[in-house]
Write a protein that binds this ligand. Structure first.
Ligand SMILES: C[S@@+](CC[C@H](N)C(=O)[O-])C[C@H]1O[C@@H](n2cnc3c(N)ncnc32)[C@H](O)[C@@H]1O
Length: 212
């Protein structure tokens, strides 16, 4: 097994292991936002943004800096504490929610944007969560996602080793009912985000919009 990120959310100690991963001073995915979030940030209507599995908060802090009212959810309290520290350093305000996305509820028509970056969840959790996300957007709101696809197993440059946690565009089309796919692509590209995501990678990117 490589030193790259290896985890299985089915293990009972899964959240403790994320806490351990985040325990050091270093931000393991860096403090700069994910490149796809940056690329599509101007497509998110100004307002309430929910960042799912947001870890140490780099995307949430970036979006808060653009003037959004951002809530970051994650199962790691250690990650969320670092998110608040980053927010304070950047002089922005962030709401953090410590929760397991397996039983997290997204209220309908509540968010201008919902962001899911490297959230590798079992399909039943994803289907439920993204279905709620689709309904949780206000009309005109957008869903933003980047994740590793099953082809990433050949690259070994980051992400889970369990194929069940990897994400295909075809499954996202099914899991985001009622949204228009503005961007939906699977491709190979360089990813350099901290020490755990580093190298040539197989990824999926989605920007999906709830019709007006
Ligand atoms: C690869 S990290 C990505 C962090 C962040 N989105 C980023 O781009 O820097 C995956 C995150 O998913 C979180 N996570 C995994 N399973 C979860 C679950 N069931 N509920 C909530 N968070 C979960 C972990 O705690 C971790 O912070």
């Amino acid at each position: 097994m490589s030193r790259k990120e290896r985890y299985s959310p089915d293990r009972p100690e899964r959240h403790r292991s994320w806490d351990e991963r985040y325990a050091g001073e270093e931000y393991v995915y860096g403090t700069e936002p994910n490149e796809f979030v940056v690329a599509v940030a101007d497509r998110i209507p100004r307002g309430r943004v929910l960042c799912l599995a947001e870890g140490e908060g780099r995307n949430a802090v970036f979006l808060a800096g653009l003037g959004h009212d951002v809530t970051a959810v994650d199962a790691s309290s250690v990650g969320l504490a670092k998110a608040q520290r980053l927010a304070a350093e950047r002089a922005v305000t962030l709401k953090t929610v410590h929760a397991d996305l397996a039983d997290f509820t997204i209220e309908p028509e509540s968010w201008e944007g919902i962001v899911s970056i490297w959230a590798h969840l079992p399909r039943p959790i994803r289907t439920r969560l993204y279905g709620q996300a689709a309904r949780g957007l206000v009309p005109g709101g957008v869903f933003v996602l980047m994740a590793y696809t099953p082809a990433q197993l050949e690259y070994g440059t980051g992400g889970p080793s369990d194929p069940a946690l990897l994400v295909e565009l075809s499954s996202l089309r099914e899991d985001l009912p009622g949204l228009d796919l503005v961007i939906g692509r699977e491709f190979i590209r360089e990813v350099h985000e901290g020490t755990l995501h580093d190298g040539r990678s197989a990824v999926v990117q989605v920007l999906a919009r709830r019709p007006d």
